[in-house]
Design a protein around this ligand. Structure first.
Ligand code: PHE
Length: 454
């Protein structure tokens, strides 16, 4: 992946699956359900979808443009467009990638460990209380949890050293469809549980009474996180896109598929929450406490449960590959570091700070007692990246595309020099990127600070 002989994905389908591989991950399967649960369900979902449509998709298209136009990493892209003043957007992205990896690799470690536990039959016939205890002991044994996190980081680094094409493409193209089918299978099982309707009502009934100012910012942050935008991942991936790719269409397809996977994950989890009398507000443990229960009384439960966590671990891994690719491509191309060295350096930083996240969520130890702005390390890394840095990065990207680069350039690149006829989509895109997305982000920020009243 040197500048001269830069690789691209091999086909349109490969572009789609690789990008989807970045978008679909723990954000959909772990984060979306628990955050929706903590923020009241359907009303939050509605706001989330608005954020995705009006802010997320236009930013994704913008990042694709920047990446493919410059065929460069997130920092070099701005340099190549002769906008050195905007390089800070790329650098912010590098920082965000690290902050996200610090906790994401830890959660991926929980998932890896659940593959192993399911395989060993740990969840056979568990009760809701036992499922809860098993999760609590998974995170509170932070030595073991950290060991799994180390395994995760080693796996991700190895795939990255193998390179873009071999690594990313092969994994995503095969596994995404299988994961999709498996989640649908779980959905069918979940819907047939007693009291499942309560769960569906919780997820889909639009009720704004529980939506707070803080939760609107959380919805916005979730949209950025889930779509992998606002931090240069999609710039970096766009830089590997084929010349003939219809990028606005790719963005739409990826965003809607990502939404679909999240909704299917929600339909797998919320019926179980209500059927087993658990709390939708349980937090980060929600996935780990409910899914084993859904499978526990099902034929082939153990095999299917293992398969579920295995595929979730793959989804998490492809998402992490795209996260780590941001600093790696930056170090390799801007700092002229050998790619292998860049991966190893990045991995070491993640290993060091990742420990803080993992120990801080274990409770009852010195690291857990340290608070930054009232949050432990895990929550702090999460909050600063998802709810502050990504939306801020996204805001700057919309300003950059809407007001700094030449409109003709953007339209040319996004229509493949007029080869695709997508005038209407592009007009809508330009309007939203200039007038809707940036204003919404600013309003949501100000609103969360209480500027428009309590
Ligand atoms: N979108 C990924 C997920 O949902 C996480 C991610 C965020 C990946 C930012 C890359 C960049 O799990």
């Amino acid at each position: 992946m040197q500048n001269k002989k830069r690789e691209t994905f091999s086909s349109g389908l490969a572009v789609f699956f690789a990008t989807l591989g970045s978008a679909v991950g723990l954000g959909n399967i772990w984060r979306f359900p628990y955050i929706t649960g903590m923020n009241g369900g359907g009303g939050f979902l509605f706001i989330y979808i608005l954020c995705m449509l009006l802010v997320g998709i236009p930013i994704m298209i913008s990042e694709f443009y920047i990446g493919r136009k410059t065929r460069s990493n997130a920092v070099g892209a701005f340099r190549k467009l002769n906008k050195d003043n905007f390089k800070f957007i790329g650098l912010m992205g590098v920082v965000s990638a690290f902050l996200i990896m610090f906790f994401y690799s830890g959660v991926a470690g929980w998932v890896y460990s659940y593959v192993f536990k399911s395989l060993m039959g740990t969840f056979k016939g568990v009760t809701p209380k036992q499922a809860e205890n098993l999760f609590t002991s998974t995170i509170s044994n932070y030595g073991t949890a950290y060991l799994w996190q180390v395994i995760v980081i080693v796996v991700v680094s190895t795939i990255l050293i193998m390179g873009v094409k071999n690594g990313i493409e092969k994994v995503t193209k095969t596994l995404m469809p299988i994961l999709f089918i498996l989640i649908i299978l779980i959905d069918i099982r979940a819907i047939t549980l007693s009291n499942s309707f309560e769960g569906l009502k919780f997820l889909f009934k639009i009720d704004f009474s529980k939506v707070t100012k803080a939760s609107i910012l959380v919805a916005l942050g979730l949209a950025f996180f889930k779509l992998s935008i606002g931090m240069g991942t999609m710039i970096t991936y766009g830089s590997y896109f084929t010349e003939d790719n219809d990028m606005p269409q790719t963005a739409l397809k990826v965003a809607f598929s990502d939404l679909l996977v999240s909704l299917l994950a929600g339909v797998a989890i919320f019926p179980a929450v209500f059927s087993f009398n658990m709390e939708p507000t349980a937090g980060p443990g929600l996935l780990f406490m409910t899914i084993p229960l859904v499978f526990s009384k099902m034929p082939f439960g153990r095999v299917l449960l293992t398969l579920f966590f295995l595929l979730t671990s793959f989804a998490a891994t492809t998402a992490m590959i795209s996260l780590v690719e941001v600093p790696v491509a930056y170090l390799a191309e801007e700092k002229k570091m050998d790619r292998k060295k860049a991966v190893i350096l990045t991995a070491i930083i993640i290993l060091l700070f990742g420990f803080l996240a993992t120990a801080s969520i274990a409770g009852d130890n010195f690291i857990a007692s340290i608070k930054l702005f009232g949050k432990n390390f895990f929550d702090f890394f999460d909050f600063i990246s998802s709810n502050i840095l990504l939306p801020l990065g996204g805001l700057f990207i919309t300003i950059f595309i809407g007001y700094v680069v030449k409109k003709e350039d953007v339209l040319n690149e996004l229509s493949n020099n007029g080869r695709i006829n997508n005038k209407n989509i592009l007009n809508a895109f330009v309007f939203v990127v200039k007038y809707v997305a940036p204003i919404l982000v600013v309003v949501i920020f100000l609103n969360s600070l209480g500027v428009f009243g309590k």
